[in-house]
Design a protein around this ligand. Structure first.
Ligand code: FCB
Length: 455
């Protein structure tokens, strides 16, 4: 099944699955957790489909042991989850809520006890609402608040957590949350989006410094949502449009982190709305990191905009689509990984998210068959394996997601899990793709232990 590409993955390749706090935990009012911007956004009529919220989600907060047993059955090497800032410092600044940290303490110990390595994301979008009320990510003080929070988490978990991800997808937080208002906190200002991006990047740099101190033997990285924009034709206009999208999605974050500078062409375009960048900020942002986390789902086809904008996305007619409407473009992942390796040379790369939503349903026997998801994952893993063959230091892959969960503004409508959640009962039902991934991981292990022929 996977034999055509499995040979490319090195023996120590990390097979994982990813999640995020607000999407799975529930228990939003327990053990001292305060309101997050996502609780507020979800409670605002018209913001989240069907009025859904993360109040219960998968109830992972109470059922994590059961879910770790599922991870064991799957054979995962690693589990990526995020820590909810409003559990740790409910007031935004000041007192640390030990009861909130206790949950992550138990979670980390349970994972380690089951031989599963925790990959911990410090920020996957659930800013405390009190921080938003004090100005949120567009104000520089939030960098200090975030740094204090990272100190609290690293101080408690830093002895056992060996892999840290400072931020998840700063582009989405900046543009989707602050520029276009489709995500919490629902702001609609390009200037707020750019200020948010700068403060997320600066807080990343500060977090790296804190983690080096508090968790000295750990590996530290950041996760960006990246794609490989293709120009629709080789005309100058289409090429320039694709380069704009590359600047917007990719270079605006990669350049400061790996080169210590914002890209000139974008700076020129955004000169009027740039936030204050102080001397020394870019040096902090470009603190060396151990790995780059890549979230990739699709890659756009881009053309010049006939209506005078900078670019337009062209719909492909010859590709499959997922339930998000996202085009299935596995070669985009290959081309992206090769490009990152050449242009930025990160020491290591992990695919920290990749996966697909499909409208899964239970059959008469209660099972969930999802061949489209399996096919998606197979194609993307084949593309990743080719990148390894081409010299990319890809060290691991995390499927998004372990469980169906709260898919932000789409609520529970979009299902990305390897495990189906019956939201009425919270029953967990491994899908066909779960068993496929389990078998793939097991086949890799057999290969590692030398009994390849048996696979
Ligand atoms: C990414 C997010 C993740 C999930 C997937 C589908 O943008 O990081 O939380 O929603 O998309």
């Amino acid at each position: 099944m996977s034999s055509q590409f499995s040979r490319a993955f090195p023996p120590d390749f990390v097979w994982g699955a990813a999640t995020a706090s607000y999407q799975i935990e529930g228990a939003t009012n327990e053990d001292g957790r305060s309101e997050s911007v996502w609780d507020r956004f979800a409670a605002t009529p018209g913001k989240v489909r069907n009025g859904d919220s993360g109040a219960v989600a998968c109830d992972f907060y109470h059922r994590y042991r059961e879910d770790i047993a599922l991870m064991g059955e799957l054979g995962l090497d690693a589990f990526r989850f995020s820590v909810a800032w409003p559990r740790v410092i409910p007031g935004g600044r000041g007192a640390v809520n030990e009861a909130g940290l206790d949950f992550y303490d138990r979670l980390v110990d349970e994972l380690l006890g089951n031989g599963i390595v925790p990959y911990v994301t410090l920020f996957h979008w659930d800013t405390p609402q009190v921080i938003e009320d004090a100005g949120g990510w567009p104000v520089r003080d939030t960098v200090d608040a975030f740094t204090e929070y990272v100190e609290a988490v690293a101080g408690r978990l830093g002895d056992r957590v060996g892999h840290w991800i400072t931020h998840n997808e700063p582009w989405v937080v900046s543009w989707v949350g602050h520029g276009w208002g489709h995500h919490a906190p629902g702001r609609m200002s390009d200037a707020d989006a750019l200020a948010t991006a700068h403060h997320l990047l600066l807080s990343h740099g500060r977090a790296v410094e804190v983690l080096r101190r508090e968790s000295p033997n750990s590996q530290v990285g950041i996760t960006l949502n990246l794609d490989n924009p293709y120009a629709a034709t080789d005309s100058d206009a289409d090429t320039a449009a694709a380069r704009w999208v590359d600047g917007l999605h990719n270079r605006w974050f990669l350049d400061p982190i790996f080169k210590g500078a914002y890209p000139e062409d974008m700076l020129e375009a955004w000169a009027e709305i740039m936030p204050e960048v102080r001397d020394g900020d870019l040096a902090e942002i470009s603190a060396p990191i151990d790995f780059l986390g890549v979230n990739n789902y699709t890659s756009p086809l881009v053309a010049a905009d006939e209506n005078g904008g900078r670019s337009q996305i062209v719909r492909r007619n010859d590709v499959d689509r997922t339930d998000m409407g996202w085009e299935v473009v596995p070669e985009g992942l290959h081309d992206l990984l090769v490009r990152l390796h050449h242009d930025y040379g990160p020491r290591a790369i992990y695919v920290t998210e990749n996966g697909a939503a499909f409208p899964d349903v239970r059959g008469h026997d209660g099972s969930v068959s999802d061949p489209e998801r399996q096919s998606y994952l197979e194609q993307y893993l084949a593309a990743a394996s080719q990148a390894i063959t081409h010299g990319v230091p890809l060290r691991g892959y995390f499927a998004w997601s372990l469980l169906d969960n709260f898919e932000w503004a789409w609520g529970y409508w979009k299902r990305f899990g390897l495990v189906y959640i019956d939201y009425a009962t919270l029953e967990r039902v491994p899908k066909g793709s779960f068993y496929w991934y389990r078998d793939l991981i097991a086949a890799q292990r057999r290969r590692e232990s030398g009994s390849e022929e048996a696979a």
